[in-house]
Design a protein around this ligand. Sequence first.
Ligand code: AR6
Length: 193
Amino acid sequence: MSDLEDARRIRIGQTWLELVLGDITQQDADAIVNAANSSLLGGGGVDGAIHRAAGPQLLEETRKLGGCPTGEARITRGYNLKARYVIHAVGPVYQPGSPRNQALLASAYRSSLELAVQYGLRSLAFPSISTGAYGYPLEEAAPVALQTVCDFIAAPTSLEWVRFVLFNALALAVYTQALQMILRRQRADSEPA
Ligand code: AR6
């Protein structure tokens, strides 16, 4: 296995972390995460694709939730999706220069992970939240997304695997590089001084 392939599937504690190229709606995970907006009433990008694939019952359920603040997440059933649940996470609209971007993005990931564990889920697939319509630069979002997930799964949870489903080769390359950086830093930190 090459270094690159190695970096795309790593074990952290009891959980596998994977980076794959693909379509989030096709994932065979206990839950897929939606890059939603605060209304939870659907939209374009990942959100539109998930609502189309899940069918109209998904909107019926999200209507009852009364929205979701930025940085938080809500869970629904998956209806016609392979995934049993959808976790609707609301990432931040990127504000250039604002110190709040990072905290809100990390919080959207953490809230999703917390819900997954609360429901005893074993597998979870994330898209790259906020990096489409919400304008968060991929190079800035990838380390935040990955570090948040790595920190969370370092402690034992119900999760056997967490997967990032990247929509194109560029996103996969940026996430792969960011994961390599995190692993290098971890290795350096654990080496004796
Ligand atoms: N599977 C995986 N990734 C995808 C898919 C897919 N099917 N489709 C797009 N992406 P976005 P955001 C990638 O815009 O930035 C919606 O209107 C895409 O290339 O879906 O969080 C909501 O209702 C990009 O890298 O989410 C909100 O209003 C990433 O997924 C708003 O957009 C996220 O792009 C949320 O914006």
